[in-house]
Ligand binder design. Structure first.
Ligand SMILES: *Cc1c(COP(=O)(O)O)cnc(C)c1O
Length: 235
């Protein structure tokens, strides 16, 4: 049995129709890692998993949900998240206790009530970064970020001077940053033994991509300062 797991990096919108066509043509199962893509997620026949971790745009602490239009698939999932029970107290399929806690669910309902305000905050941060970097050709942001979608992270790619030099310069100005994917999944000790194809793009992204400070109340003046530091290192 095999499956493909396309990832929505940092909440970038996912092309569901193409992945559905891929699945229909090949018969290979597809599960979309839409962990950070709550903002643009839509129900499709290809299932997607969305994270509700505290660091995401809809954060409830821990947990997540699966979105899919196939009612049978959702029913199978419900069995598997609930000891395999379905209409009786007998375990009928391989399963686990994958239920969200009552407390986390209550936090989630409250977070949904305020989600327009939360989204507006992240959208303002995203737009401010985008505008500040508009005249900076060496800094590349994700397509549509802050325009058609928002996320709880701000990531940029800088071919020169690269992520490491940027991180050092930011740290020298007491500004935190993140290399979210470390040296790339294929270099993690747990995965480096696995067979793989060329990782040219991953290696390139590892060298260039860096996460900048991002939270809903981050003041525009602070964003301007951060962008000044980035621009001065790129110059
Ligand atoms: C946040 C994130 C995860 C992890 O989600 P958890 O709910 O913490 O397991 C996985 N994949 C992507 C793309 C993410 O952004």
């Amino acid at each position: 049995m095999a499956a493909v797991i396309p990832v929505s990096p940092f909440g970038a919108p996912i092309d569901f129709a193409s992945w559905q066509a891929f699945r229909d043509e090949t018969g290979v199962a597809v599960v979309i890692d839409a962990a950070a893509a709550f903002d643009t997620i839509c129900a499709a026949s290809v299932p997607a998993v969305v994270s509700l971790h505290a660091t995401k745009v809809l954060g409830i602490g821990e947990g997540g949900f699966v979105v899919a239009t196939d009612a049978n698939f959702i029913e199978e999932l419900q069995k598997r998240a609930n000891f395999g029970f379905w209409g009786s107290r007998e375990a009928t399929v391989r399963s686990l206790n994958g239920k969200i806690s009552e407390y986390a669910a209550a936090v989630g309902l409250a977070a949904l009530d305020t989600s327009p305000v939360t989204r507006a905050g992240f959208a303002r941060v995203a737009r401010t970064y985008r505008e500040a970097f508009a005249g900076e050709p060496r800094i590349v942001m994700q397509p549509g970020f802050g325009e058609c979608c928002v996320a709880s992270t701000v990531v940029v790619a800088a071919e020169k001077p690269g992520a490491e030099a940027l991180a050092r310069a930011l740290a020298a100005n007491r500004i935190g940053s993140r290399r979210w994917c470390g040296g790339g999944l294929h270099r993690h000790a747990a995965f480096e033994q696995f067979p793989r194809h060329q990782t040219t793009h991953s290696d390139m992204l590892v060298d260039r991509v860096i996460g900048l400070p991002c939270w809903r109340e981050l003041p525009n003046e602070d964003i301007a300062q951060i962008c000044d530091v980035v621009a001065s290192v790129c110059a």
